[in-house]
Write a protein that binds this ligand. Structure first.
Ligand SMILES: C[S@@+](CC[C@H](N)C(=O)[O-])C[C@H]1O[C@@H](n2cnc3c(N)ncnc32)[C@H](O)[C@@H]1O
Length: 244
């Protein structure tokens, strides 16, 4: 399954080392301080004064980083992820934090739901979707899920002026906004030759201008956004979007 093997393997390795998140945390309560929760936390009370009766969906929830925080704030939450191991860890994290929310294994490219929610969160998933069609499907799902006045929060990688942290790594190749990676051949990925290496497309790293165009074409407009020019190896776009 597209996008599956590398993510599932990564979570299996984390679980084997008693880690409880993509970033290698060991304490579930530390997830509340994660950069995505800090970014959401800056404006969530402004956009949603009361969370009573409000619903949120977390796409690419992983081990529940954003979903757990939204549940703690009072939203009724469902977190979706492709990886069974991630969802198993997310459920364990929820139980340890005594939070009541749902987690489901699902490929967001084929989710079917009639649910309507107030908030959709892109939990650093969009940059994992490298094909144009998959990214369009992500935006369509978000659009269909949202109530008319609902908001989509994006947290996604943006190309930085200095991409050397990516290009200096032997297992990565960066070309035309796609970060390619080498990996075990048993992974069912879209293998290809790029710059003399056998790699698969791993991340889509857009520019702000390209992302703004994509957002517009998907039927959204930006209510507020902030681009942190370089967090770690790339920039990060944090944006609150509404339907146009
Ligand atoms: C960069 S990780 C972020 C994980 C988590 N949100 C966090 O912040 O710790 C991206 C997540 O997206 C998930 N993912 C990738 N492609 C997906 C898809 N097509 N459908 C659902 N989840 C997907 C991966 O399994 C992974 O958990």
């Amino acid at each position: 399954m597209k996008y599956y093997d590398m993510h599932e393997d990564a979570y299996k390795q984390l679980k084997a080392k008693d880690k409880i998140s993509w970033d290698g945390e060991t304490d579930p309560s530390k997830l509340f301080d994660h950069e995505i929760n800090q970014a959401i936390g800056k404006r969530i009370d402004h956009f949603f004064e009361s969370k009573d009766g409000l619903k949120a969906v977390d796409l690419g929830t992983g081990t529940g980083t954003a979903a757990l925080n939204l549940a703690r704030k009072g939203f009724s939450v469902v977190g979706y992820d492709l990886s069974e191991t991630a969802i198993e860890l997310a459920k364990k994290n929820a139980s340890e934090l005594k939070l009541d929310l749902k987690f489901e294994v699902a490929d967001i490219i084929s989710i079917k739901t009639n649910d309507k929610v107030d908030l959709v969160v892109d939990s650093s998933l969009l940059h994992c979707l490298v094909e144009k069609k998959d990214r369009a499907d992500f935006f369509k799902l978000s659009f269909d899920l949202l109530k008319e006045e609902g908001l989509l929060f994006l947290h996604t990688m943006i190309e930085a002026a200095d991409m050397s942290e990516m290009t200096d790594r032997e297992y990565l190749v960066y070309e035309n906004h796609i970060l390619y990676s080498t990996g075990p051949e048993r992974w069912d990925m879209k293998w290809m030759q790029v710059q003399g290496k056998k790699v698969f497309p791993h991340r889509y790293i857009t520019t702000t201008e390209m992302l703004e165009k994509e957002i517009h074409e998907a039927g959204f407009e930006i209510v507020e956004s902030l681009v942190d020019p370089q967090v770690k190896s790339t920039g990060t776009f944090c944006g609150w979007l509404k339907k146009r």
